[in-house]
Design a protein around this ligand. Structure first.
Ligand SMILES: *Cc1c(COP(=O)(O)O)cnc(C)c1O
Length: 470
């Protein structure tokens, strides 16, 4: 591709992108293809001769697009949002075009210095006290892995990386039964082992970890010669928004000298609004906090912010060159690859800089407040509709419900049929979970360009399709 072609196709891609975003409401939210259908349209082997861009682009539209689920669709109510605000897409184009590897300060000083500043902007936006620094990781999974490795090394007096885990005391990590699967995987990958992730039962409206049970488990483990290392607490669990009492958990962590990591991957974005911060009261006592601006806030994936109270612990765990320990952050030179598992890093701060400036915190707060208000309104409407019930009340903008028509005995099967029919219809997209063993339909409002009208449409689609199943 020569310079002229690069210009022409970049412009064409930009035009295509703008058209795509404008016409999203006309598309089915979830891909409507069957497994293997897209692969069947792709050549089995790579071409020997170059092909024309016209043909490649045409195939993209014809063969790929039908197999895309449209995450930026305003009626995407499934999972959690993966918002890519248009302004962050523009920034991301610039990042892609420069394609710098930003692992060290000197490999792109602007990327490092902007990242430091943006992390502090986010810290202020979330109302976290001074003293937290942090890093932009690719995902919450990576941030949690980094935190779990840090708690492991800290508990082993920094000998795990050197000596391995055999011959060490058995490490124990504690979490509720509501945490994301990324915690399980961090426990596997860090060599701690699933049997040493102690699941503390939850109770109450927010499905918070039973703190007395947490303390009892720690005491029992110590008595048995095991090595408690840390706690992973959650604010806004993926299934139904399960949220621990962070202040109470932090007090236990402090009492037993354990490392506390808080996973607020989704809900963290809402903490730009002061009125939602009660959900993580006490968070200032955490050692590590992760939230994903790439979920609700609008920074194109990937963009996960990890705040740490003591970066020395993180860097001591992950830096491959120990001599850098003595200088990082002290003389103006930070090498962020020493704060994360991968070496190579994208320039992630630019899209946040664009996003935060173009929308301002007030604009982003309005979006989040609207989503929460619309979710609460919809939940109330569903609760008041005959033969529907709310399974879990809204936690911010997430709730779950199910259809309970009289005469239907297998409600799980019925609601599975309902959600499949809704997603095949295509006007909205929902996903499911299990609550106390029963199937429930999740609903979250969070798409960057969703309107109240889109949420009203969701109500119509749900009730209309439910009626048609009778
Ligand atoms: C989405 C989510 C994660 C995983 O986030 P990734 O960035 O995809 O790794 C972890 N925890 C919670 C609570 C989440 O909602």
């Amino acid at each position: 591709m020569d310079g002229k072609e690069f210009r022409d196709w970049s412009l064409k891609a930009a035009e295509w992108g703008a058209d795509y975003r404008e016409t999203l409401r006309e598309r089915p939210v979830r891909a409507q293809t069957q497994p293997g259908e897209i692969a069947a349209g792709i050549a089995l082997s790579p071409p020997e001769a170059p092909e024309a861009m016209e043909a490649i682009f045409a195939d993209f539209e014809e063969k790929i697009l039908p197999g895309m689920t449209h995450w930026q669709h305003p009626r995407f109510f499934a999972y959690f949002p993966a918002n890519a605000a248009p302004v962050s897409v523009v920034a991301e184009y610039l990042v892609t075009v420069m394609a710098a590897q930003c692992m060290l300060w000197q490999t792109s000083p602007a990327a490092t210095e902007l990242e430091t500043r943006i992390i502090d902007w986010l810290r202020q936006a979330l109302g976290l006290p001074e003293g937290f620094s942090g890093v932009l990781q690719d995902s919450a999974s990576s941030a949690t892995l980094a935190a779990v490795l840090t708690m492991r090394e800290r508990a082993l007096d920094w000998q795990g990386n050197k000596q391995g885990l055999s011959g060490q005391p058995r490490i124990r990590v504690y979490s509720s039964d509501q945490v994301h699967t990324s915690i399980d995987r961090a426990i596997w990958v860090s060599g701690i082992g699933e049997e040493n992730l102690v699941r503390i039962p939850t109770a109450g409206r927010w499905r918070a970890m039973d703190v007395a049970a947490l303390e009892a488990a720690i005491v029992a483990d110590k008595a048995n010669g095991l090595l408690p290392a840390g706690i992973v607490a959650c604010v806004g669990g993926t299934s139904t928004g399960g949220t621990d009492d962070i202040a109470a958990v932090a007090a236990v962590a402090q009492k037993y000298g354990l490392y506390l990591h808080v996973d607020a991957a989704w809900a963290g974005s809402a903490m730009i609004c002061e009125e939602f911060r009660h959900f993580w009261t006490g968070v200032e006592h955490a050692d590590s906090i992760v939230f994903n601006p790439h979920k609700w806030l609008g920074a194109q994936f990937d963009c996960s912010a990890q705040f740490v109270r003591n970066p020395d612990d993180l860097v001591r765990t992950l830096a491959i060159k120990p001599e850098y320990l003595k200088t990082h952050g002290k003389d103006g030179v930070v090498n962020y690859s020493e704060w994360s598992v991968p070496l190579g890093r994208r320039f992630r701060a630019l899209k946040l800089w664009f996003l935060l400036r173009a929308h301002g915190l007030s604009g982003l707060r309005t979006m989040i407040r609207n989503h929460v208000a619309w979710a609460e309104k919809l939940a109330a409407r569903i609760a008041a509709t005959v033969e529907f019930e709310i399974v879990t009340e809204p936690m911010l903008s997430l709730f779950s419900f199910r259809h309970v028509p009289s005469g239907v005995t297998d409600l799980d099967e019925h609601n599975l049929r309902l959600i499949n029919a809704i997603n095949d219809d295509g006007r909205i997209y929902l996903t499911q979970t299990r609550v106390d063993g029963h199937f429930a339909i999740r609903f979250q409002v969070g798409q960057f360009e969703a309107t109240e009208q889109d949420v009203d449409t969701a109500y119509s689609v749900i009730t209309e399709i439910a009626a048609s199943l009778r």
